[in-house]
Design a binder for this molecule. Structure first.
Ligand code: BEZ
Length: 210
């Protein structure tokens, strides 16, 4: 069954490059980015996992843990780890799940048979500290993901969880935001001070400090 926004992220126990772990226990209290890649020792995947290692400080600042998965066995992941460090410039610093029996890949619907074979496509699940799925992305095997976008979405989710605002098109941290339709302009002025009403349903305010 498809995993939808707001669903509880399915729990699982799996072998990883950091040992056997249970997903909910491993991420307890943190945000998590669970992302699949098609295969070890492939070029796009090597750049993606290298970039994720290089961004560890950015993930840490956001209270977020990264975890990757493919259907390759653990020996393959261990053999590939050195290449990821070499290409990305930072040693592999997050777990890669080995899923040769495809249990987790099927649980998260990461294998799309019409895409050619029985390996995973490039799925992303952003999961919040309460284990709710907050964002899903699916990219084809030939297109690498933009990890700046993944960080940007985490920033937007964390901001909009803490203040009655939404983020507009192409928002990046520090840009102005949109006042939630759930509050009146008078209440928004009380709360935020600076509110510009362009339409009754479109009110801008500077990004609040949360
Ligand atoms: C890659 O990572 O380069 C890749 C893997 C599987 C299919 C296509 C590209």
């Amino acid at each position: 069954m498809a995993i939808r926004l707001g669903d509880e992220a399915p729990d699982f126990t799996a072998e990883t490059t950091d040992g056997t772990l249970s997903f909910h226990e491993w991420k307890e209290g943190s945000w998590a980015v669970l992302f699949s890649h098609p295969a070890d020792f492939t070029p796009v995947c090597t750049t993606e996992l290298g970039r994720t290692s290089a961004l560890k400080g950015e993930f840490d600042r956001r209270g977020t843990k990264a975890i990757a998965i493919s259907v390759d066995p653990i020996e393959s992941h261990r053999g590939w780890a050195g290449d990821i460090g070499e290409v990305g410039g930072t040693d592999l610093n997050f777990p890669i799940i080995a899923d040769p029996d495809k249990t987790v890949s099927h649980l998260y619907d990461m294998i799309h048979p019409a895409e050619g074979d029985t390996s995973t496509v490039r799925s992303v699940f952003i999961v919040d500290p309460k284990n709710k799925v907050r964002l899903t992305l699916t990219y084809p095997k030939s297109v690498g993901r933009n990890f700046d976008e993944i960080l940007r979405v985490i920033d937007a989710l964390q901001l909009t969880d803490l203040a009655p605002v939404s983020t507009p098109v192409d928002w990046t941290p520090g840009d102005r935001v949109i006042v939630s339709p759930a509050i009146s302009t008078a209440d928004a002025i009380d709360k935020f001070g600076d509110v510009e009403e362009v339409k009754p349903y479109l009110r801008w305010t500077p990004q609040p400090k949360v």
